[in-house]
Design a protein around this ligand. Structure first.
Ligand SMILES: [Zn+2]
Length: 371
């Protein structure tokens, strides 16, 4: 339903008007950068077109047609999307696609690609052209319209694009094509010129903030403004940043701890911390060691120029403020090397407990200027 699509009120209104006035364009191009909601909007529009009981603002959500569309199982709603099995057609992947979309309508091409069984880059194969024509040859079952959503339309090759040109121009019966893409420049111009384009602008920070609230996603009020700004109007980017922020926060806490404990050099504390670290797993060890090198470098720079640490909160700022005094040109290089060495040893499958214990000794020596 339109109410589930984040922001984009102008576009919603335009689409609603097209249905209300009976002027639904038969070939439309929904384009905008990832995370602006092109696919969720196409689905909401399809639902609105087919709804038996729509209002002036949205579909009813309860009629048989709405229910079928919400389950992505409406006989008049067809999908074309990239797959990576050259012997298959989209229909064979429909169960996977349905599951993926029911989980997240803001799915990106990369996320979809990861859900496919093989690693070859997914495309829309030429043979899908016959499927499109075959499906549109049927009369519609329940709705007045047959709807064909081509997701990631930029992944059609030229042969397929040429194949569907005619049907795009003179569709059989009441057909609505919705071509959805974040790369319109990759679609041949003869296709583009036959569609009615609809550009999806970046989402506003208010839209993003409201969406976090309505979707019940937890966020830290202290740094949400920075994350909203950094998301550049993309819901997908915002969620990614929030996730990374959580990991960063954990790493920062661990960084503070390892520095303090190494400085104090009490064996029981060192063993306890080591125990904790060893449970993290190898890929986290590597990420943490890389993160630490970045923080060390920033602490060193902080001594000359104490700004531009906008991504950290007050607690972290206080720590950097104090800790930076221990980092100088005589030890920065050596400390960085020790972290890089630990990272290399972890990568070579070394014993994490030995590596981190050794690292704490080196940190102690480094901070005391004895490395
Ligand atoms: Zn309905």
């Amino acid at each position: 339903m339109f109410k589930d699509v984040i922001g984009q009120n102008n576009i919603k209104q335009r689409l609603i008007d097209s249905v209300q006035s009976g002027r639904v364009a038969h070939a439309q191009l929904f384009y905008g950068s990832g995370g602006t909601g092109t696919l969720p909007m196409a689905l909401a529009y399809a639902q609105y077109i087919c709804c038996k009981n729509r209002t002036e603002s949205d579909s009813c959500g309860v009629c048989p047609s709405c229910r079928a569309i919400e389950k992505l199982a409406h006989p008049d709603l067809h999908f074309v999307f990239p797959i990576n099995d050259s012997k298959a057609i989209c229909d064979e992947f429909m169960p996977n696609f349905r599951t993926a979309l029911l989980e997240n309508q803001y799915i990106t091409f990369d996320e979809w690609q990861k859900k496919l069984p093989k690693e070859t880059v997914a495309v829309i194969y030429t043979r899908e052209g016959e499927e499109i024509i075959r499906k549109l040859n049927y009369k519609s079952f329940q709705s007045d319209y047959k709807i064909m959503i081509i997701w990631c339309a930029d992944r059609m090759n030229e042969e397929l694009a040429n194949k569907i040109l005619k049907i795009l121009e003179e569709p059989m019966g009441q057909t609505v094509f919705m071509l959805v893409t974040d790369k319109p420049d990759k679609i041949i111009s003869t296709i583009i010129s036959r569609t009615q384009p609809l550009f999806f602008p970046p989402l506003t920070q208010d839209d993003l903030r409201n969406a976090l609230k309505t979707k019940g996603i937890y966020f830290d009020e202290n740094n949400i403004d920075f994350l909203l700004k950094n998301a550049k109007g993309s819901w997908v980017e915002l969620l990614k940043n929030i996730e990374q922020k959580d990991e960063q926060k954990e790493f920062f806490e661990l960084f503070m701890l390892i520095m303090r404990i190494s400085w104090l050099f009490k064996v029981e504390n060192m063993s306890e911390l080591n125990q904790k670290i060893s449970k993290m797993g190898r890929s986290s060890h590597i990420s943490f060691l890389q993160f630490s090198q970045r923080i060390l470098r920033e602490c060193f720079i902080f001594n000359f120029k104490n700004d531009n640490l906008s991504y950290i909160n007050n607690l972290e700022k206080d720590f950097i403020n104090n800790f930076s005094k221990f980092i100088n040109e005589t030890n920065i290089e050596k400390l960085m090397n020790e972290f890089a060495l630990a990272e290399a040893h972890i990568e070579q499958n070394g014993n994490a407990k030995i590596i981190f214990f050794d690292l704490m000794i080196k940190i102690n020596l480094g901070l005391k200027g004895k490395l």
